[in-house]
Write a protein that binds this ligand. Sequence first.
Ligand code: HEC
Length: 197
Amino acid sequence: MHSSLMNMVFMAVLGAVLFVWGPLSKVADQVYASKAPETKGFFIEGVEQEGHGGGEPEVVEITPLPVLLASATEASGEKISKRCAACHTFDKGGPSRTGPNLWGIVGSPIAQRDGFSYSSALKEYGAGDKVWNYESLNSYIENPKGYIPGNSMNFAGLNKPEQRAALIKFMRSKADTPLPLPEAPAAETAPAEESAG
Ligand code: HEC
């Protein structure tokens, strides 16, 4: 009979397909699993993601610090520096208050201002003549206690990246020789300014 022959052929083909497809689909799963990104976009460290335990994590776009620094103004940073002024002076030869004088701090060694008695946490963080750079200052000002646990700066931190960038740009200007600004990623940079004179 035709139909029983057809059935046998059909079963044989089906069997072969299942036999091959089983293992193959597992391989395929693995290939795709390893390629698929787990999460899309950037996450800001320390920022709580909403909706724990399900759903798409919130995507937070971050502007790189060099880009923020390029557009920040020293004048707006000077206003923000009032929040530090209870404990710090920024002028050359200014006194220490609760915190050390910060003239020329950007690019200078950490915890090495003469005559100031630092916490051991900050001294350890700066061990080996480590210097403050744009990234480390940004992290410290954002969350002093979180970034350097045990240090004695009692300041809650500045949440807004734009405010920190402005403040750091102001701090940078308070120096004999301001540290060069970090280079912004090529795509984001404004057209190069003419260097006058
Ligand atoms: C309540 C007082 C207080 C406030 C407000 C404060 N600071 Fe401080 N700051 C300190 C103290 C104290 C230290 C020394 C910390 C230690 O030894 O652990 C310090 C250390 C620092 C250092 C490291 C100095 C070094 O020599 O390495 C920087 C940079 C700094 N502060 C920046 C700021 C900025 C910018 C602000 C404002 C956004 C600010 N601080 C606000 C008290 C303060």
